[in-house]
Design a protein around this ligand. Structure first.
Ligand SMILES: [Zn+2]
Ligand SMILES: [Zn+2]
Length: 144
């Protein structure tokens, strides 16, 4: 809200519904998911407003855009609170799990020090097959 005010943008009812929705979940979402969830809060939320509001959220630094090589992006509402977490995504059902690893952080420090750098940020995304996909060749939760 402060960020919008600093940019001189009005907090419309639609925008407020979208922002509240984005920060009331710990799940990672696509623009279409955010639209569907926001409409549960406020039926008047339009697709155009969702697509215009998402860049503001990422620009504010509170939400991080994630590209898993699909033709749409995912958005992470947990980034500001947990900037060190990593993601693994199922290539079929697209469930995203977060994980943190002291070992990976240590490895990053070792490598960057050896090369004369210091790490500011990192991004680790694993594309994988979830257990169900490995066992059955398809994910049932895909359509949920
Ligand atoms: Zn995340
Ligand atoms: Zn899966």
């Amino acid at each position: 809200m402060d960020f919008l005010a600093r940019k001189g943008l009005r907090l419309t009812a639609q925008r407020q519904a979208i922002i509240e929705t984005a920060f009331s979940t710990h799940q990672h979402f696509t623009a279409e998911q955010l639209l569907a969830w926001s409409r549960r809060r406020d039926k008047s939320v339009s697709r155009a407003t969702v697509y215009r509001t998402l860049p503001l959220l990422t620009e504010s630094g509170l939400v991080r855009e994630m590209d898993f090589g699909k033709d749409y992006k995912f958005y992470d509402p947990n980034y500001a609170e947990h900037p060190h977490h990593n993601h693994i995504i199922c290539q079929d059902c697209e469930q995203i799990i977060e994980f943190e690893s002291k070992k990976i952080e240590q490895l990053e420090r070792e490598i960057s020090q050896r090369l004369g750098f210091s790490v500011n940020s990192h991004r680790l995304q694993l594309t994988a097959r979830c257990d169900e996909y490995r066992r059955l060749g398809t994910c049932q939760r895909k359509d949920s």
